[in-house]
Ligand binder design. Structure first.
Ligand SMILES: [Zn+2]
Length: 408
């Protein structure tokens, strides 16, 4: 079936960059874009009137965890643990006696709600870290029913961390736990890549630089190459991780990843905040940005998560200038990618102390072209003949927007 969308402002792609086509049209047939331009004369089966709307490529959320953090958010989400935490420790560990596990029914509702919630903000592709958990079939069926495109896989690590009754942190290392986790992740990747009518892609997600042994990380890269999957790891996400790696290996987490041959264009780094030179570290040595840029690895930045903690990336613009491919993820709640574009832009202005930083074009590129590059797809994040018909329509006539001079 051939469908024509009459914009509005259409964000077309000219082969190199996005361009705004005022009063433009997009025509798609099944799941592929057929035409993007000013007018289309051939017959179509269906028309969608999107005059007064922005017709955009669907957004790509490069770091997402479903089913967690859903809370009340009119002004803040004070029920959530990390609202008050400094992120010095990672998220507050459970006690050694174990966390109270939510009932399966609650997990299902939470995950379904999160996926629909992020879809509502215009995200058509999400990278869900650790979504499948213990019940891959249920999870895959849920993603299929929601209709989103999803790159996912169970996450794994060597360490379980606990807090004892005094609140002290304990690392519980187990080599077998890591390799069994990797084995399960590879099995999931093989079984479900291409599921959900091709909307599911699989990736490998080792936990964090400080919770995996270098051996497990090396095995991960080997396994990923064998099955043709990409990899994302949480890296330099808090101060504790930075100093733990420094103490264990006498180098930064990024230098460690480079040393063991982990970094290349098939890898993305979640958050990637505390790199050499960040003002909180007082560590002026080395050049982590250059290492990442030279390796071709991408960064999946989650601005709201860090703003909640009083932390900014230093800075989104600087990473881009260094030549790093940037994606943006929602991670925390609310999972609203449009707000995260605004947060990325504003945080960059604060970090750069310049109102010219955080250009809307750059954050828009990060949630479209940047995300597509991060997952290795040249048919996502753009409206161009032959691209996937993953389209977001935003009603600019809504009272929330007011007058529109330039929609991006
Ligand atoms: Zn995460």
């Amino acid at each position: 079936m051939k469908t024509l969308i009459q914009g509005g402002y259409v964000v077309g792609f000219d082969g190199k960059e996005h361009e705004i086509i005022k009063d433009g049209v997009v025509v798609f047939e099944n799941d592929r874009v057929l035409f993007v331009g000013k007018s289309y004369v051939d017959p179509v089966d269906k028309k969608i009137d999107a005059r007064g709307c922005l017709v955009s490529p669907g957004f790509i959320d490069t770091h997402f965890h479903s089913g967690i953090n859903a809370s009340d958010y009119l002004l803040n989400d004070a029920n959530k643990l990390d609202y008050f935490a400094s992120n010095y420790l990672a998220h507050g560990a459970p006690t050694r006696e174990g966390a109270k596990h939510a009932h399966l029914k609650d997990v299902d509702i939470g995950q379904r709600f999160s996926l629909i919630h992020v879809l509502k903000s215009g995200v058509t592709t999400t990278l869900e870290i650790g979504g499948p958990g213990a019940e891959p079939e249920r999870y895959v069926a849920m993603v299929d029913a929601v209709g989103i495109r999803c790159y996912t896989g169970p996450s794994y690590k060597n360490v379980n961390f606990f807090q004892d009754r005094e609140g002290r942190l304990e690392y519980d290392w187990d080599d077998a736990r890591g390799s069994e986790g990797l084995k399960r992740a590879v099995a999931f990747a093989k079984n479900f890549n291409g599921a959900c009518s091709g909307r599911m892609g699989t990736m490998l997600f080792p936990g964090h630089v400080d919770t995996c042994t270098p051996e497990l990380l090396k095995e991960t890269r080997k396994a990923a190459k064998d099955i043709g999957a990409r990899v994302q790891i949480h890296a330099t996400i808090n101060l504790f991780e930075f100093h733990t790696v420094m103490q264990r290996h006498r180098c930064t987490p990024i230098e460690l990843l480079q040393k063991i041959g982990f970094l290349d264009p098939e890898v993305s780094l979640s958050h990637c905040i505390f790199i050499s030179g960040h003002s909180w570290l007082s560590y002026p040595y080395g050049d982590d940005l250059k290492i990442i840029a030279d390796s071709g690895a991408s960064v999946a930045y989650s601005p709201l998560k860090y703003l909640k903690l009083g932390i900014v990336m230093e800075s989104f613009d600087k990473y881009l200038r260094s030549g790093i491919n940037m994606g943006i993820g929602t991670d925390t709640f609310p999972k609203d990618i449009i707000s995260d574009m605004r947060y990325a832009s504003l945080a960059s202005r604060v970090a750069e102390k310049s109102f010219t930083a955080g250009h809307p074009r750059d954050v828009f590129n990060a949630v479209t072209l940047g995300g597509a590059k991060l997952v290795g797809r040249d048919d996502l994040g753009r409206l161009q003949k032959g691209a996937k018909a993953d389209i977001a329509i935003i009603n600019l006539k809504d009272i929330a927007f007011g007058a529109v001079h330039d929609p991006i």
